[in-house]
Design a protein around this ligand. Structure first.
Ligand code: PRP
Ligand code: URA
Length: 209
């Protein structure tokens, strides 16, 4: 079964409070999501492997560490996932970025795929799928299925807020994909919104309704 990591760093929790607050406007919301994404990227990269390399400091030769292993790819789920990409790229600037376009049908709550564009070498990359909201789990699960169908093998899911229902769907559908979140909330409401959540992430990021 996949693991769920909740990032309880005080800076992440502090910023998340203002992201949740309905009085936070679009500009500030966007800035805070970007900042939390950077902090989450710091946490999510904690386990990436290092290897020794030989260098010379101005004082002497020495062995020191550099990042080794697989290259990283970021895959935001359009559109709200886009709001977290730049924040992650601040710490992983060489990552390639693919896009999966999905929207949730408001009646059925089922994800509808409308766009997929990925780096050519996704099977060799460690992919971080990014979406602020894991609600019913339909969108994240469908995005990950779409990536696996195209050869992706090594995947992580990074979200701001998750509902227990969405975590269960992900764990049932993709037990190989660990989930990294800033918070696990109480439940979904009748419209499939996370409670207490933060509202519609895409609308709040882009000022739409
Ligand atoms: C939101 C969110 C997720 C999805 C989560 O996107 O960004 O992708 O809902 O819900 P789920 O877990 O129940 O599938 P939305 O469909 O509103 O599209 P948007 O990002 O284009 O606004
Ligand atoms: N999508 C959102 O943007 N917010 C929710 O609470 C659920 C799905």
């Amino acid at each position: 079964m996949s693991r769920v990591y909740v990032f309880d760093h005080p800076l992440i929790q502090h910023k998340l409070t203002f992201i949740r607050d309905k009085h936070t406007g679009t500009k500030e919301f966007r800035e805070l999501v970007d900042e939390v994404a950077t902090l989450m990227a710091y946490e999510i990269t904690r386990d990436i492997p290092l290897e020794e390399t030989q260098i010379e400091t101005p004082v002497s030769a020495c062995s020191s560490k550099v990042i080794s292993g697989k290259k990283v790819g970021l895959v935001p789920i359009l559109r709200a996932g886009l709001g977290m990409v730049d924040g992650v790229l601040k710490l992983i600037p060489a990552a390639k970025v693919g896009h999966v376009g999905l929207y949730r049908d408001p009646e059925t709550l089922k994800p509808i795929e409308y766009y997929v564009k990925l780096p050519t070498d996704i099977e060799e990359r460690e992919l971080i799928v990014i979406d602020p909201m894991l609600a019913t789990g339909g969108s994240a699960s469908a995005a990950i299925t779409a990536l696996k169908k195209r050869g992706a093998k090594n995947l992580k899911l990074m979200c701001l807020v998750a509902a227990p229902e969405g975590i269960k769907v992900m764990q049932d559908d993709h037990p190989d994909v660990d989930i990294y979140v800033a918070a696990v909330d109480e439940c979904l409401n009748d419209h499939g919104y996370i409670v207490p959540g933060l509202g519609d992430a895409g609308d709040r990021l882009y000022g739409t309704k």
